[in-house]
Design a protein around this ligand. Structure first.
Ligand code: MAN
Ligand code: CA
Length: 313
């Protein structure tokens, strides 16, 4: 039994070695069918094979490599991130510094702006005051100009009056005015007479009632009447007889020198021979110097205008 066991033992060892050489990857060998008696069968129970060890080692190696790579990668990433963090920190500090600088500049600019605004307001106020003063000066100047113009006008009128009176003085009776080659005399302010009696008064002075046969004469006489006007008196009491009548034939107006009327300066609607009783003409101070005549009853008491026709030199 013992020899047989040893034999079997040897045989089994060969087969075992053969198995190992055939397949290194086989980890467990439970029995070999050609090894004769079941007692001689060698049994390898539950032990890991070297192949398994190798595989495990390889896997562990791979895992180690992956782990190492990951660690290295993480280290590199960390380093990169640290650098980035440092750069960002630096940037952040610089940004903060810039921000503070900007804030300081902003404060300075704000202060400057406030100052400029204050100056501007002061300038605007000064300008407004100047404008008000200038307006006042302008109004004063305008007033002075108006007064100067009025004075100049008055001076001109006075000068014309003096000239007229000087000329009249040498050729017309005292108080009469000269136009062209005629002297004109106006009745006293308070005296009123009929057309005939007024004419008598003219004749006493070597004159006759005025013949107003041109626009120039009409305007000249109207200018004088406007100066004598009394606004308080009723217009028809303010009239002056002139040397014009239609006593002989109604509607045929004749001058006292015998000439016919060619151009009249009647009010609108005149002569109207009111009540068929108006045959004598009078002129009145009016704003419309070319519409101042009216026919009135010849016995109506009015003022009058005389005319002396001078001899031509
Ligand atoms: C009115 C008008 C005139 C007229 C006068 C007389 O004003 O009828 O035509 O001559 O009265 O006072
Ligand atoms: Ca009339």
């Amino acid at each position: 039994m013992k020899d047989s066991a040893i034999y079997t033992e040897n045989k089994s060892e060969d087969a075992y070695n053969q198995l190992i050489s055939e397949d290194d990857n086989e980890l467990r060998i439970e029995e070999h069918p050609h090894l004769g008696h079941p007692d001689t069968r060698h049994k390898v129970v539950n032990g890991p094979s070297s192949q398994t060890y190798r595989l495990t080692a390889v896997i562990l190696g791979i895992l180690c490599t992956v782990l190492m790579s990951t660690i290295i990668g993480l280290c590199i990433s960390y380093k990169g991130l640290s650098e980035k963090h440092i750069v960002m920190s630096q940037n952040s500090s610089e940004t903060n510094r810039n921000l503070e600088q900007l804030k300081a500049n902003y404060d300075l600019l704000t202060a400057a702006l406030v100052k400029v605004q204050k100056n501007f307001q002061e300038e605007v106020s000064a300008k407004d005051s100047m404008q008000i003063e200038r307006d006042r000066e302008r109004k004063r100047k305008e007033l002075l100009q108006t007064q100067t113009e009025a004075l100049m006008n008055e001076q001109k009128n006075l000068q014309a009056d003096i000239t007229m009176k000087e000329k009249s003085c040498s050729r017309c009776p005292m108080g009469w005015v000269l136009l062209q080659s005629s002297c004109y005399g106006f009745s006293d302010t308070d005296q009123v007479l009929s057309w005939n009696l007024g004419r008598e008064e003219c004749k006493k002075a070597g004159a006759d009632l005025a013949v107003i046969d041109s626009q120039e004469k009409q305007e000249f006489i109207q200018g004088i009447l406007m100066g004598k006007r009394r606004s308080s008196t009723s217009w028809h009491l303010n009239g002056y007889w002139i040397g014009l009548h239609d006593v002989h034939t109604e509607g045929e107006w004749k001058w006292v020198d015998g000439t016919d009327l060619t151009k009249g300066f009647w009010f609108d609607g005149e002569p109207n021979d009111n009540y068929s009783a108006e045959d004598c003409a009078a002129t009145y101070p009016k704003e419309t110097p070319l519409k101042t005549w009216n026919d009135a009853p010849c016995d109506f008491p009015l003022k009058w205008i005389c005319e002396i026709k001078l001899q031509e030199p």
